[in-house]
Design a protein. Structure first.
Length: 344
């Protein structure tokens, strides 16, 4: 990258994020992202999309994609996003994402993408069998963010590298086309406590929909009895809970349940641990089960209600896409002018 100090961006604060429509959202998605989207919508202008373009980087059943998009949208709504406040839409409904991604493909450098560790992790030893989209999707992510000139992006540790790439692309575009401050250099919003929720069956593994055991996770659509049973059956150890967090080292399942309790209750992990210090999981689990049911149960009920009316979800997505296109269009038009496209 150039050593030139970037000119400041003078636009309004704006936050953007998205979730891939892979179905089966769970507690980890809720605590790591969705609940924070609901809070952010009241702090700055918010754009939250369903990343159906990104879904194609790996094989996705076309018969399920549309229903998966609706499920993510229902999760957004059920967890507190207000379509009158936040702009909620499907990525594919705004062509400017893909158009800007092509320009950014010509700005980004091959070496930058070669350093992306997520591609290496997902492609494994057979990268030649992976789609080109899987390799270049961080460039599309940059377009997702910058087409709205978003200044803030909620990220977990696994996406920090991609946000740095977005900043590099923005800075290089601004420099190469002599447009100081045209694109912002977006800042990361760290997700804080609850961002990394582990499996209920193995505290060393992140909670995931791909785990073959449904008992490893609490799905957003689980009913109260299922939530309670999964908490009560969660893997633990035989030791009592200590007074200090550092004494939980080497006890991943205990750390996870304390972390889940803290995130659901809006308390610190140390506060929760102090409450249960000297006691076993026979005391913690029933209270955690009740807490999880009280928080997650209504979300599942609302998701089921929303999914029973797909036309209403489509209406909300359609209105959001219209607003998103209105914001993205001027940015794309200006980019076309800057790079010298024929205007007709």
């Amino acid at each position: 990258m150039t050593d030139q100090a970037p000119a400041p961006f003078t636009g309004k604060p704006r936050v953007l994020s998205g979730v891939q429509p892979t179905g089966d959202l769970h507690l980890g998605n809720y605590l790591g992202a969705l609940v924070k989207f609901a809070r952010l919508q009241h702090e700055m202008q918010t754009f939250i999309f369903v990343a159906d373009l990104h879904a194609l980087t790996e094989w996705t059943d076309p018969k399920k994609l549309k229903s998966n998009v609706r499920e993510i949208a229902a999760a957004y709504l059920a967890t507190g996003l207000d379509p009158k406040v936040a702009t909620i839409f499907a990525q594919s409904a705004v062509p400017a994402h893909a158009e800007l991604a092509w320009v950014f493909n010509c700005v980004a450098r091959l070496g930058w993408l070669d350093r992306m560790t997520q591609f290496k992790d997902k492609a494994g030893k057979h990268k030649e069998r992976s789609s080109v989209g899987l390799y270049t999707y961080p460039v599309l992510q940059a377009a997702d963010i910058l087409v709205y000139k978003a200044t803030h992006v909620p990220v977990g540790e696994d996406q920090r590298q991609h946000l740095e790439l977005t900043r590099d692309i923005a800075q290089k575009f601004n420099h190469d086309f002599e447009q100081p401050g045209f694109f912002p250099l977006p800042e990361a919003l760290t997700q804080g406590p609850g961002a990394r929720i582990m499996s209920l069956r193995d505290g060393a593994v992140k909670m995931s929909k791909s785990d073959p055991s449904d008992n490893s996770r609490i799905n957003l659509t689980d009913e109260a009895d299922a939530i309670s049973q999964k908490i009560r059956k969660a893997k633990t150890d035989a030791e009592l809970l200590p007074e200090k967090l550092e004494d939980l080292a080497g006890r991943p399942e205990a750390q996870n349940l304390i972390g889940v309790y803290a995130a659901l209750a809006g308390r610190s992990a140390q506060e929760v641990l102090s409450e249960f210090a000297g006691q076993g999981f026979g005391k913690l689990k029933p209270q955690l089960a009740d807490l999880a049911v009280s928080v997650m149960g209504p979300i599942g009920g609302e998701m089921r209600r929303l999914l029973a009316d797909p036309a209403e979800i489509d209406r909300i997505l359609g209105a959001g896409a219209e607003r998103a296109r209105e914001v993205a269009a001027p940015t794309l038009a200006e980019v076309k002018r800057i790079v010298g496209y024929w205007a007709g």
